[in-house]
Write a protein that binds this ligand. Structure first.
Ligand SMILES: [Zn+2]
Ligand SMILES: [Zn+2]
Ligand SMILES: [Zn+2]
Length: 333
């Protein structure tokens, strides 16, 4: 299954090295073949190499073989199939070698851009920022080599801030040479449960595991993972907001409840201010001429703070009518 994995950017360090060494070998091989061909022509043909139809055709054949050869590990293996089809079409249509070389250069430029700027699976935000900056630099005419140095510098800066475990993981990834190794590394880093996982994280890892099981190209998995992570962050935010709302509602509710209880207590306090005259039961006035109307001795005790049960009366009449029984009951000692 892993054999079908399409080569993807970004490249690991090992892949960059492999591309560079294959490219160097291919280029020098082609140059050698071209040199031999032109020498053979010069010593055998009268017309001169540039005008010798025979050897010009052989030269085209050399270019065609070199440009459209099976390309495992070469930079061309990372390019879309349209590119190779395009080249075949140009060779078939007898396009000039200059034109064909121009097409190759354009694709190579795009390859360098993709290699420098494509986000990786475990790219730190700092690396992503450097890659965005690298893409911007490309528009300013900065040379690819300078952009490379810039990216390497940023990566080195970041590397020094990583924990030993993170550095080890990064080194492991950099070592992966084949797409299968890289894919398996990406799978491990995306799907291995972490102690800090929330239940939602665990669900997401299961979802991503299925994608890897189906050998979905990593470039398709990456945006899905990024969206899932962003969604779950915004879900967490929504949840957080909802909890805050709930807490606010709860607080408002508690406040209303407290106010209600206070008002109940007040009502209860007011309710005991009923006239103590037997058979009367009127509510005593809280303000006005008949407020605090009651037994003078109770009143005095109340003022001194020594009285719990004060006998209220609603009117002077009630107070007078109850004076005897009240005194007998409360002030007889
Ligand atoms: Zn010739
Ligand atoms: Zn009294
Ligand atoms: Zn009364």
């Amino acid at each position: 299954m892993t054999a079908d994995i399409q080569p993807t950017y970004p490249l690991t360090k090992a892949q960059v090295d492999e591309i560079a060494s294959l490219h160097e070998a291919d280029t020098s091989e082609l140059e050698g073949q071209l040199k031999n061909l032109s020498e053979t022509c010069q010593s055998n043909c009268a017309s001169g190499f540039a005008k010798c139809a025979n050897h010009q055709n052989e030269m085209r054949k050399l270019y065609q073989d070199a440009y459209t050869a099976a390309s495992a590990g070469r930079w061309t293996s990372y390019r879309p199939t349209e590119y190779t089809q395009d080249l075949k079409r140009m060779f078939d249509a007898q396009a000039t070698i200059d034109k064909i070389n121009g097409r190759v250069r354009r694709e190579k430029t795009q390859h360098i851009k993709d290699a420098q700027c494509t986000f990786g699976p475990s790219d730190h935000p700092t690396v992503k920022k450097a890659k965005i900056r690298a893409a911007e630099l490309r528009g300013t005419g900065t040379s690819p080599a300078d952009i490379d140095s810039y990216i390497i510098e940023e990566e080195q800066k970041l590397l020094s801030t990583l924990t030993p475990e993170q550095q080890e993981a990064q080194a492991e990834y950099n070592k992966s040479k084949s797409e299968a190794e890289k894919y398996s590394y990406l799978r491990t880093s995306a799907c291995t449960p972490q102690p800090t996982d929330t239940p939602r994280d665990a669900e997401l890892r299961q979802k991503w595991t299925k994608l890897f099981d189906n050998a979905t190209p990593y470039l398709e998995i990456l945006p899905i993972m990024e969206k899932d992570i962003a969604d779950s962050k915004s879900n967490a935010q929504v949840l957080e907001n909802r909890l805050a709302d709930l807490r606010n509602a709860q607080a408002a509710n508690n406040k209303a409840k407290a106010a209600k209880e206070e008002s109940k207590r007040k009502q209860a306090r007011d309710a005991i201010r009923r006239c103590c005259s037997e058979g009367c039961g009127n509510v005593c006035e809280l303000h006005g001429p008949n407020a605090d109307l009651g037994c003078e001795r109770c009143f005095k005790l109340k003022e001194e703070g020594g009285l719990q049960d004060y006998s209220w009366f609603c009117s002077p009449e009630c107070a007078k009518a109850n004076a005897g029984s009240h005194n007998a009951r409360f002030h007889s000692s």
